[in-house]
Design a protein around this ligand. Sequence first.
Ligand code: CP
Length: 313
Amino acid sequence: MKYYTQFENKSLADQLIQKALEYKKAPLSDNNLGRGKRIGLLFLNPSLRTRVSTQIAASNLGMESIVLNMDKESWALEMEDGVIMNQGKAEHIRDAAGVLGSYFDILALRAFPSLTNKDEDSEDFILHQFAKHSGLPLISLESAIRHPLQSLADMVTIQEHKQKEKPKVVLTWAPHIKAIPHAVANSFAEWSIGCGHDVTITHPEGYELDERFTQGATIEHDQDKALANADFVYVKNWSAFNEYGKILCTDESWMLNEQKLSQAPNAKVMHCLPVRRNVELSDEILDGPRSLVQHQAKNRVFAAQAALSELLK
Ligand code: CP
């Protein structure tokens, strides 16, 4: 595998889930695999979990990792080819990625969408520019449209907690105060459908996700109906995709709380974090026995370790 940027197939997903579970039992079992190798963790956007869990994963495999907060500590990057660079951007992606390609064995990149240029965001333009001009194996730390390390950690968490072979998994839209990218929701849908779960997606009218990620899911605009008998409820805000990047709904009644789960007594609740408490999800759920959010965050280490181990092979 040269790129870890998306769900590929169920067989590989199952293999990665098993590998992550093995690393959870014995984190240092492969601590020679990355010896002498160096990974560059490039952040164009903020992060807590992804940054730290990927560094720990690299360390567990014996790799050196160097973090570069490119949004704050590096030159502003020009991404477009053929541009006359007489404005604010000081370095071209061709040059920066070429240099970084000579320093590292693997690159890892976080590059959020603009939420204004739908075409560029939809084709993961920045991720592909880094891959093309660095020439290195690349791992996505969340791109414009996907968050595959989060999704792998989520699949590991479902695997650990599921009580039936094909659990009912509900992805529910939640309110938020800002326009939020689609990456986590897209990626969760892509992986959960791909792993064979019974997936329902519920959101207000106008919040349809890109159909590339939702083929095979049931779409239900009635949240209460969607939540009935759920085994797992994944809570996430996203901005509109068709009216790209817009906030169309601020209806607080979409926030998940215990009362909404009365028809889903066994449902476990998931969120990738960071979460806006009492906006997206109630305190009672986050601090109660249904919540899997800390399990998901812990599993980020072993998901990253599994993905990195594939790239190192
Ligand atoms: N869930 C997640 O990716 O968290 P960070 O944005 O803090 O890395």
